[in-house]
Design a protein around this ligand. Structure first.
Ligand code: 5GP
Ligand code: ZN
Length: 114
């Protein structure tokens, strides 16, 4: 999976500043931010989409959410609120096929389209 962009970021072969990291999760700023705070929270393990979770990987979403909540507090967006998004597959808007959670904050988010 050496060609996977987020594997290259998580394993350090594509140098990227991490705003958070632990044994299971790394987080870094989105290259094309959609909000004043736009952080990608990414498991170190290569899992393509959220649809692949289950069994041994059931806890991955809890780890991503815990890290995102911590980054939200540290970046100060927790007071006014923030949005966590996981896009799944092409119709879900996923463009990088290594599971990731978007943390968006620092402005009022629009209502979701119908
Ligand atoms: P998706 O559309 O798959 O949910 O989100 C992928 C995100 O990765 C996009 O918001 C895109 O801007 C971001 N992205 C793509 N390539 C890079 C990169 O090389 N570095 C960083 N930091 N973000 C990237
Ligand atoms: Zn990967």
């Amino acid at each position: 999976m050496s060609e996977c962009l987020f594997c290259r970021i998580t394993n350090g072969s594509l140098p990227t500043e991490f705003v958070y990291e632990d044994d299971h999760v790394v987080a870094f700023r989105d290259i094309n931010p959609a909000a004043p705070v736009h952080i990608l929270v990414v498991p170190r393990a290569h899992i393509e989409t959220v649809a692949d979770l289950g069994g041994d990987t059931t806890g991955v979403m809890s780890r991503l959410t815990a890290a995102a909540n911590r980054i939200a507090r540290e970046s100060g967006v927790d007071a006014d609120g923030y949005r966590l998004i996981v896009n799944c597959g092409r119709d879900g808007g996923q463009t990088v096929f290594h599971l990731h959670m978007h943390l968006l904050g620092g402005r009022k988010m629009p209502e979701l389209a119908a």
